[in-house]
Design a protein around this ligand. Structure first.
Ligand code: SAH
Ligand code: SF4
Length: 377
């Protein structure tokens, strides 16, 4: 019994992993008035305080009770890269020593169908990734664990806290108004935690980020795409296609052997029927791998079938991997060929290639540096 209660203490749920309804149920058990729940949620999601002591309009006795039943974990900002007017990467140090990344992308032309992009945050969902796409830094050292609900939610809160301290012109209540679930990990492989975290980030009592401003990116987990289609949310879905034929796709994405294009396309049909025009196809251009014009017709077919826009992304080089992005002329040729097929397509012509490197790389670099330090010691 003693051991059990000790375990309960360690396993106290983090407050930011709880929905309003769950907290209300707990307050009822504690015989606390329910209007206090709203006050509590405002401290967490509006003022974004990090301690119980800061919640000054809650009675001390209630704060003490809450501290007994909930934890309030705040990942530490281990490293930040990039300048305030460009893409910025945040590397978070989690309670168990792992690192994850979030990337803040300032106002840019709408990439995922929204006309009013202001600040988009790219959020991670796992430490590492089990899917091992050949070109990707996140999968390089395998999968370590799923992120918890509060670790997903905290990425948004942490960036908001940083913004209110560092961006002097930020007078609004919230800065992040678009989320892309495209950081480290395969979001649909951490399905339950993802959906709960997005429920909290979407809720009016939480971070109030509209479901249509949330894009979930997946390498193509068919059963979970079908499950997502049945959820009561209008999330946008980005499919990491990167090859429009099984032959090309399977060479770089092992997941294609489990869920070949035919099955993936059928699941996307289902999503599209239930949610409308909410699908984007992501296509990284990798020199000599998937940039041949033979991909154009099958890619155009898929785009027309789901009424999906195609985002072409020149590959970001990853240290230790042999892949390269094609030269600009090849990128433009691929884009024009798609446009000739009446595909709504964009090509990301980003500068700052070095800082802008894809998610997963800052973590890898930091872990390698730490290992180097440990070996040298
Ligand atoms: N696991 C999910 C979401 C995370 S990856 C998925 O695969 O969709 C987010 C996006 O970044 C994916 O489209 C992925 O293919 C892409 N990506 C990974 N490594 C990249 C790199 N080096 N350059 C450009 N895009 C990359
Ligand atoms: Fe995992 Fe996505 Fe990277 Fe593939 S592209 S290894 S699914 S994070």
């Amino acid at each position: 019994m003693a051991a059990e209660s000790c375990l309960e203490n360690i396993l106290n749920p983090d407050l930011k992993s709880q929905t309003k309804e769950e907290i209300e149920a707990r307050f009822k058990e504690l015989n606390e008035p329910l209007y206090r729940v709203q006050q509590l949620l405002e401290w967490v999601y509006l003022r974004r305080v990090t301690t119980w002591e800061a919640m000054t309009n809650l009675p001390k006795s209630l704060r003490e009770k809450l501290a007994q039943i909930y934890s309030l974990q705040i990942p530490k900002l281990a490293r930040k890269q990039g300048s305030t007017d460009s893409t910025q990467k945040f590397l978070w140090h989690l309670a168990d020593g792992n690192f994850i990344e979030s990337v803040l992308i300032p106002a840019n032309p709408a990439l995922y169908g929204e006309a009013t992009d202001r600040h988009t945050l790219c959020v991670s969902t796992q430490v590492g990734c089990a899917y091992g796409c050949k070109f990707c830094a996140s999968g390089l050292e395998g999968w370590k664990r799923n992120l918890t609900v509060h670790e997903i939610v905290e990425q948004v809160l942490g960036v908001e806290r940083w913004a209110s301290e560092h961006l002097k012109d930020e007078t609004r209540e919230r800065m992040v108004n678009n989320l892309v679930i495209m950081g480290m990990g395969e979001p649909l492989a951490n399905y339950d935690n993802l959906i709960k975290a997005l429920t909290i980030l979407n809720a009016p009592w939480g971070m109030s980020i509209g479901a249509r401003k949330i894009t979930i990116s997946t390498s193509g987990l068919v059963p979970q795409i079908r499950k997502l289609a049945d959820e009561p949310f209008q999330f946008r879905l980005a499919i990491s296609l990167h090859g429009a034929t099984d032959e090309v796709r399977a060479r770089i994405m092992p997941v294609n052997r489990k869920y070949p294009l035919k099955e993936l396309a059928a699941a996307c049909d289902d999503y599209q029927k239930k949610k409308g025009k909410m699908i984007t196809l992501e296509y990284i251009l990798i020199a000599g791998v998937n940039d041949a014009l033979s991909q154009i017709k099958p890619l155009a077919q898929l785009s027309h079938r789901f009424h999906a826009k195609v985002n072409l992304i020149p590959y970001n080089k990853v240290d230790g991997l042999p892949w390269e992005r094609p030269d600009e002329a090849t990128q433009e040729k691929f884009l024009s060929a798609l446009v000739r097929e009446n595909v709504p397509a964009t090509l990301r012509r980003e500068k700052g290639h070095d800082i802008d490197a894809a998610c997963g790389q800052l973590r890898l670099k930091t872990e390698r540096e730490l290992k180097g330090l440990a070996n040298a010691a």
